[in-house]
Design a protein around this ligand. Structure first.
Ligand code: NAD
Length: 262
């Protein structure tokens, strides 16, 4: 392989980012679009998706809006078909959509587990299957990135349905990387660090816990600050780029080093 001129360029690539109508997904979409990808903003929140599209286009980059509920497998397949037809190839699929709720492990209900797991785990499965079906059969092989959480490395108090669903997505990604590697399709995971976003704002709404939690995050990182949605986006950019052509089944942890400390 010769030295690449511009290994992070995504010019001519198509990308899907689920849950890109807000927070980390919006950050990822902006970063991928900044490097030349045409990004499909796939969210149940049509208004949020429209804002992301407007932001990207306002900067002179390329984005399309796609109403998508990741809990519906047929919808993910339909989106993959649409992009392959419209663009000629489906190059990048980022499973980022996610939800959470307070649920102590000893009392979490079946209903809550089902609701959270359907989005956070089955949503990843549906997106990955839809993407894989296109990517293995096209000439330019694609790449899938799944967004989990640094919470899979440690216990987090009181959000059992969330962390368990993310841990499942984490393992699913690695086993998919094994399956798809021989077809040239790479699958990687970003175990995101703490970011102020829709999820965290809702979690801490009206509670003094937010400031305490933020300070804990700052204290834990040797870098002394918490990252933002673009820090997660740049990690995704590396993984989807040609610079990472030899990287699959990996877990990146953009968290300022919080997870390495006892
Ligand atoms: N914010 C953090 O600190 C943090 C840390 C680690 C991991 N994460 C993960 O990052 C991802 C993005 O979360 P965020 O923090 O940006 O929260 P967010 O609430 O700002 O964004 C989540 C987006 O997902 C969309 N969504 C929810 N259900 C959906 C569905 N069924 N189909 C399609 N879209 C759906 C929402 O409409 C929203 O736009 C999630 O997977 C989350 O678990 C977040």
């Amino acid at each position: 392989m010769p030295l690449l001129d511009n290994p992070f360029s995504l010019t001519g690539r198509s990308a899907v980012v689920t849950g890109a109508g807000s927070g980390i997904g919006r950050g990822i979409a902006l970063v991928l679009a900044s490097q030349g990808a045409t990004v499909w903003i796939a969210d149940v929140n049509d208004a949020g998706a429209a804002e992301t599209v407007e932001d990207i286009r306002g900067r002179g980059w390329s984005a399309e809006s796609a109403s998508l509920d990741v809990t519906d497998p047929t919808a993910s397949h339909a989106l993959a078909d649409l992009i392959a037809d419209a663009h000629g190839s489906l190059d990048i699929w980022v499973n980022n959509a996610g939800i959470t709720a307070d649920s102590a492990p000893s009392v979490v209900s079946d209903e809550e587990l089902a609701r959270i797991w359907t989005v956070n785990f089955l949503g990843v499965v549906h997106g990955s299957q839809a993407a894989a079906k296109k990517m293995v059969s096209q000439e330019r092989k694609g790449v899938i990135v799944n967004i989990t959480t640094g919470g899979v490395d440690r216990a987090i108090d009181g959000i059992a349905a969330y962390t368990s669903s993310k841990a499942a997505a984490h393992q699913y990604s690695r086993s998919l990387a094994l399956e798809l590697g021989p077809n040239g399709v790479r699958v990687n995971t970003v175990a995101a660090g703490w970011v102020e976003s829709g999820i965290t704002r809702r979690h801490f709404a009206g509670s003094a816990e937010r400031d305490r939690h933020l300070q804990t995050q700052v204290d834990r990182t040797p870098l002394g600050f918490v990252g933002d949605e673009y820090d997660q986006g740049y990690a995704v950019l590396y993984l989807v780029s040609d610079a990472a052509r030899f990287v699959t089944g990996a877990v990146m942890r953009p968290n300022g080093g919080t997870s390495m400390q006892w």
